[in-house]
Design a protein around this ligand. Structure first.
Ligand code: CTP
Ligand code: ZN
Length: 156
């Protein structure tokens, strides 16, 4: 069986986004990042621990009729830097979106510090600087470690 055959376990999509080469174990985090819990009626396919050419095993997430926002791509770049994002139109891959480690992540994450200005009543869009050891809140300096990122996703 070739890898191409094995890929068919998760069928091709017509329009949308394929997030491929996720480190094994990241698929559920990506669903959380995208705010997908099944209640929105989106058509989503998930492969976990599927065979891969370049990684021992990988996860893959396919979302129909959706493209990722820059903030979502930025978080993805931090939690799964080797992921590839493929934009699909009429079954063809029309674009492979680059993912570069961003300088900052805006929105999408909430600050763990309850006294932070961003967690007050006045809505302020969060901003975190991306450092080697984690993400640092632009407003209060609180650090979110990379392993804790998914716990701080803003529920959309
Ligand atoms: N894919 C899909 N639906 C389509 C087209 C592609 O689900 N209509 C998936 C493929 O199964 C693959 C990913 O999108 O997981 C990228 O497709 P493609 O670029 O054709 O595959 P590769 O060349 O193997 O990609 P890469 O070079 O990124 O490994
Ligand atoms: Zn803060």
């Amino acid at each position: 069986m070739t890898d191409a055959d094995q890929e068919l376990r998760v069928s091709k999509i017509r329009n949308g986004t394929v997030i491929d080469h996720l480190a094994a174990g990241q698929a559920l985090n990506v669903l959380a990042l995208l705010g997908i819990d099944g209640s929105g009626g989106e058509s989503v396919s998930v492969g976990m621990n599927v065979p891969s050419d370049t990684l021992a095993t990988k996860d893959i997430v396919k979302v129909e009729d959706r493209e990722l926002s820059q903030s979502e791509v930025d978080v993805l770049a931090v939690i799964s830097p080797d992921a590839t994002i493929n934009i699909i139109r009429e079954y063809d891959v029309i674009e492979k979106q680059r993912i570069d480690r961003p300088e900052s992540v805006d929105g999408v994450l909430s600050c763990p510090n309850r006294n932070c200005i961003t967690t007050g009543d006045e809505p302020i869009r969060t901003r975190f600087a991306v450092l080697e050891e984690g993400l640092r809140c632009h407003y209060c300096g609180e650090i979110i470690r990379e392993s804790e990122i998914t716990a701080h996703l803003t529920v959309t």
